[in-house]
Design a protein around this ligand. Structure first.
Ligand code: NAI
Ligand SMILES: NCC(=O)COP(=O)(O)O
Length: 334
């Protein structure tokens, strides 16, 4: 089992009615074969007990996890106001998922955990209790004192890394949100993240267009000329290796992917469709631009299969491995 991290990883279980508890428990089962470093789960033990009958040991701090990790799943306990059954989300469960996220991030910020891995939450449920952030990415950024413009949501798989410039907003609002300054900021955060988290000394970033054929010289839209090209020029002037704007339909086949370290895309699905098509089982969501390491499996709560022993733990295992790798790279670089 990987023992190269100085501290364990904190994992928020996400929505108790989703598949987060099941995949975290299954990762503990597979800790040796997947070479996972010690971790502590943060959440309601009843959510795990509904889907798993393995041993749990309550701990107060992830730093106690190492001592028990070989024989039990270490858990920092949160008790939800109601005991949700798998597949049946509730307001109480939404509060529990937010509490577990808050505590896990705090443990990473305080240095008790080497990194935080977040389990899947339901944005619909969180919005219903007044959660005002587009997603966990922006929540973690705020807790770390990083502005939304200076954080980036990277989806990383073995053969592709993508970053959307805009994340969880309606598609119709995307063009109005794009600006040279936002694209530059996301590009810079991505390039620095490739250096700090992934150890790539001189990264190359490919930037997509937004219109068909990247606007066809302005005939199919002018965002490339007026917004994206100025951002690319500014990043190049800073010395970064940046290409584009590339037509999005031809930048994800194998030989195109070989020419860059990450692709910066203009909106959520432009970045996530290729990533999930190639790496649904091992794609990882990595937040760049933070003082801490945060990763997450790139899937949601999957309420449709919760409690049926159908949840695939490989994305969560990949997120834990990626968190450990990024934490180790950070220690080397900084
Ligand atoms: N990082 C996060 O917290 C994320 C949260 N979500 C949230 O999840 C909720 C549901 O979103 P959906 O779009 O339905 O995506 P989803 O990923 O929850 O489910 C999509 C499909 O994939 C299947 N699936 C997902 N993960 C699986 C796994 N590990 N093993 C086997 N099958 C799996 C599900 O059963 C479903 O059929 C939404 O409320 C969304 O906000 C979505 C993506 C990421
Ligand atoms: N589609 C990716 C996703 O929803 C992850 O968002 P976040 O909650 O990690 O910001």
């Amino acid at each position: 089992m990987a023992r190269f991290l100085s501290r364990p990883i904190a994992i928020s279980l996400g929505d108790p009615a989703g598949i987060g508890p099941e995949v975290v428990a299954k990762c503990w089962d597979g800790r040796a074969v997947n070479n996972l470093p010690p971790f502590a789960a943060i959440g309601d033990p009843r959510a795990i007990a509904h889907v798993w009958d393995g041993p749990i040991e309550l701990v107060d701090d992830p730093q106690e996890a190492e001592a028990v990790f070989d024989y039990a799943l270490p858990l920092v306990q949160i008790t939800a106001a109601e005991d949700d059954l798998p597949g049946h989300p509730s307001v109480a469960g939404a509060h529990c998922s937010l509490d577990s996220l808050e505590i896990a991030v705090g443990l990473a910020r305080s240095g008790s955990a080497a990194a935080v891995v977040t389990g899947p939450v339901s944005k619909e449920q969180l919005y219903s209790i007044g959660f005002a952030h587009p997603g966990q990415t922006e929540f973690v950024a705020e807790r770390c004192g990083v502005s939304q413009g200076n954080v980036a949501m990277m989806l990383a798989g073995p053969t592709l890394r993508t970053v959307p410039v805009t994340t969880h907003i309606p598609l119709a609002e995307v063009p109005a949100h794009l600006s040279p300054a936002l694209i530059e900021a996301r590009g810079r955060t991505t390039l620095r993240g490739l250096q700090r988290n992934f150890g790539i000394a001189e990264p190359t970033l490919a930037i997509s267009g937004i219109n068909p054929h990247s606007g066809e010289g302005g005939l199919l839209g002018r965002e490339e000329i007026e917004i994206i090209e100025p951002a690319i020029a500014a990043l190049r002037a800073e010395g970064w290796r940046v290409t584009g704007p590339h037509p999005a339909d031809t930048m994800f086949h194998a030989s195109a992917r070989a020419r860059y370290d990450a692709a910066l895309c203009m909106y959520h699905d432009q970045a996530l469709i290729p990533l999930k098509a190639l790496h649904f089982e091992d794609g990882v969501n990595v937040t760049l631009g933070l003082p801490i390491i945060r990763t997450a499996p790139d899937h949601g709560t999957a309420f449709d299969i919760a409690g049926q022993d159908l949840a695939d733990p490989r994305p969560m295992a990949s997120a834990i491995q990626m968190a450990a790798l990024c934490a180790a790279n950070r220690e080397l670089v900084e």
